[in-house]
Design a binder for this molecule. Structure first.
Ligand SMILES: Nc1ncnc2c1ncn2[C@@H]1O[C@H](COP(=O)(O)OP(=O)(O)OP(=O)(O)O)[C@@H](O)[C@H]1O
Length: 309
């Protein structure tokens, strides 16, 4: 996206300013400040209990902050929702049991100030064929698709998704993200919490990592991988090698020796490889690669745990 004067002056989609929310002694969200801009697809990551769901609940006005302010399109979350600007798909619950899929989706469309046609919503969510089924007879993945339909029942500017693909099979997941990309391409802002880091890597143009209610990192997936600073070194051994010497290589954060194959994670891959040659080892099929988002996420959150303890 090119930055223009227009984007700079546009009202943020979401603005959290020093937001704190506790449950008894547990501080679920701790002084969180963040801004989401129009058209962004943003992944919200964090270990269990990091505060993702609470953050989304605050954004949707389902919970009120103890302190700080939450603004959505420059208004309160409630006003933004009443105006039909926000569509949401939450983790569980929220489905009336004794109605059919079509009835439920029809209701969601009727309630949306900028509603879509029911048949289009069903088709987009891939649930036309189960439209007459009772909601309490659905599989977990089908129920997720219905929640997705409810979140896209009208022309919302912001779509909020809490672990949307949990329970979906691989093809449902792919179809889901293809639809979500279309929504984003039409200029909508999409914010989703997930534990599937490969989804965040593939879909999000911005990744927020929460840790104990605070924002640990905020950047593109590539920036977060680079920030973790660790790279993978893998190679095959030729002939016997002194394992103790290998394990003593500098900057190693983990090492796995399996038969003739060695896999290392190193905080300074160049120095590790240099020292490897210094041992007189001639590695075959040497590869030095960056971490995936998943490993980077683990490295960053573990480092933060260590720092705080
Ligand atoms: N209703 C509640 N009452 C008491 N504590 C709560 C409540 N809801 C959440 N918490 C606590 O607040 C913290 C943040 O929870 P939250 O559900 O926001 O995290 P999360 O990042 O969404 O976790 P997960 O990945 O497991 O879904 C956790 O320590 C959780 O136990």
């Amino acid at each position: 996206m090119t930055t223009t004067a227009k984007t700079v002056t546009t009202t943020p989609v979401v603005g959290f300013d020093q937001v704190t929310k506790s449950y008894g002694d547990v501080r679920a969200v701790d002084g969180l400040t963040l801004t989401l801009h129009p058209g962004e697809t943003v992944a919200l990551l964090g270990p269990n209990g990091a505060g993702k769901s609470t953050t989304l609940d605050l954004l949707l006005g389902l919970k009120r902050p103890d302190s700080g302010t939450v603004r959505v399109f420059g208004t309160s979350p409630r006003e933004a929702i009443v105006a039909g600007r926000v569509g949401a798909m939450l983790q569980s619950g929220g489905l009336m049991e004794e109605v059919t899929v079509a009835e439920l989706v029809r209701l969601a469309c009727a309630l949306h100030p900028r509603r879509y046609e029911v048949d289009d919503v069903l088709a987009r969510a891939g649930i036309s064929k189960i439209a007459d089924r009772k909601v309490n007879k659905l599989s977990g993945g089908q129920a997720q698709r219905v929640r997705f339909a409810l979140a896209t029942a009208g022309d919302s500017d912001l779509i909020v998704l809490d672990e949307p693909t949990t329970g979906m099979d691989v093809s449902a997941r792919q179809a889901f993200w293809a639809t979500m990309r279309e929504q984003a391409d039409q200029g909508r802002t999409v914010l989703f919490a997930t534990h599937y880091l490969e989804e965040a890597d593939a879909v999000a143009d911005r990744v927020l990592v929460l840790h104990r209610g605070r924002l640990l990192t905020d950047g593109t997936a590539a920036e977060i991988k680079a920030k973790a600073g660790v790279r993978r070194v893998s190679f095959d051994l030729e002939g016997p090698v002194d394992e103790t010497a290998l394990r003593g290589l500098p900057f190693i954060t983990s090492i796995d020796i399996s038969g003739q194959t060695v896999r290392i994670q190193s905080a300074d891959a160049d120095a590790t490889v240099h020292a490897l040659y210094g041992l007189g080892v001639h590695p075959r099929n040497l590869e030095v690669t960056g971490l995936g988002l998943e490993q980077a996420f683990v490295a960053l959150t573990e480092a933060e745990e260590a720092r705080q303890s």
